[in-house]
Write a protein that binds this ligand. Structure first.
Ligand code: GDP
Ligand code: MG
Length: 334
């Protein structure tokens, strides 16, 4: 059983030593533990520091691709290295390496496909009241969207089984956290939350600078998630609102024309009628969008199935090639 612990890094030379020092080299039930640093175009010495710390795998992306992309490239790399379980942690030492066995345990016991470390959000000494509220709200939205029981949807400290990693396809660029949860829910994978501790923060978040920016990025990611995974709910809701307002305006127009003296007073209320017509056409357009988006979603599912088959095939071929090389080497020792 091989565990790869991956750390997506953007300029983490200062905190990486503490992160690596804290990570376990042995985990009960695991034969081999290896580390993978995904260097997302860091301009500091992140890669050199990782190498000096004995990190086995350093995946240098060259230019900055963003956390979501770095995360999925890390999974792909770890799968190719034969990982059975992949744990993700942050390079800023937010999470405690000693909790890795807790994340891995439910997968080893066959109880979970994805395990999410749940931070003590309400008791977090460094989270402001606003941030606590937003985190709780975000997790609630994600529970509904993903149909899982995840408690801390924004936590990056997670473990996934090999089988799960092969089924994750990330489309958003901001955060993989939400999207992977929704995909896990769609694929009926078992998502389990475990309580974890957190270290004192070492710096400000690099993903967003302020609460409005956090709101904007998270809000747009959630909208994108709805458009990708629940398009009929999103577009039907938007169409429903537009059609309701259009109907209200049209009824008001009819009432004013037929039951009041508006016409004889020279007031035709044509602008209301035009607004109602525009809203009606837009609402009907949204309903058509719902149908089209639903068809596209089905199409995307087909493409993801093909991608999944290709991944499986690639990994199988790699395994066969590795076995052949091993056999050849043992038959021809120098
Ligand atoms: N690959 C990549 N990683 C990033 C980027 N921004 C932040 N990270 C990494 O993502 C993790 C979480 O980032 P952090 O700034 O601590 O955000 P927080 O989760 O809000 O605390 C850390 O390991 C960072 O090095 C980015 O643009 N690309
Ligand atoms: Mg952080």
């Amino acid at each position: 059983m091989k565990l790869i612990i991956q750390i997506p890094c953007l300029n983490e030379e200062a905190t990486l030593p503490a992160v690596i020092r804290d990570l376990p080299r042995t985990v009960p039930g695991i034969d081999v533990v290896e580390y993978l640093v995904i260097d997302d175009g860091s301009t500091d010495r992140t890669a050199e520091v990782a190498r000096a710390l004995g990190v086995e795998h350093i995946l240098s992306l060259g230019t900055r691709r963003g956390l979501a992309r770095a995360y999925s490239m890390g999974l792909e790399y770890a799968l190719n290295q034969g990982a059975d379980i992949i744990v993700n942690t942050d390079g800023d030492n937010q999470y405690q390496g000693a909790d890795v066995p807790k994340l891995v345990q439910p997968i080893l016991a066959g109880r979970a496909d994805m395990v999410v470390g749940c931070r003590p959000i309400l008791d977090h000494p460094e989270f402001s009241l606003a941030k606590k509220g937003l985190q709780m709200l975000g997790s609630w939205v994600l529970r509904n969207l993903s149909k899982t029981q995840v408690r801390d949807a924004a936590s990056g400290f997670r473990a996934v089984s090999r089988h799960t990693a092969m089924q994750l396809f990330i489309h958003s660029s901001f955060s993989y956290c939400m999207e992977t949860l929704i995909q896990a829910g769609e694929a009926r994978l078992r998502v389990v939350s475990v309580d974890i501790g957190v270290n004192q923060s070492t710096r400000q978040s690099r993903l967003f600078d302020s609460i409005p920016e956090y709101l904007w990025k998270s809000g747009s990611t959630i909208l994108l998630m709805y458009a990708l995974f629940r398009p009929s709910s999103l577009f039907c809701a938007m169409g429903g609102v537009l059609l309701s307002v259009a109907t209200a305006l049209a009824l008001r127009f009819a009432y004013l024309i037929y039951f009041t003296e508006a016409l004889s007073e020279g007031r035709t209320h044509i602008p209301s009628l035009i607004a109602a017509a525009i809203l009606f056409i837009s609402g009907a357009g949204m309903l058509c969008m719902a149908v089209l988006a639903e068809l596209l979603r089905k199409n995307r599912r087909l493409l993801e199935n093909i991608q999944w088959e290709l991944r499986r095939h690639d990994l199988k071929m790699r395994e066969v090639a590795d076995n052949q090389t091993r056999r050849f080497k043992s038959a021809n020792p120098e």
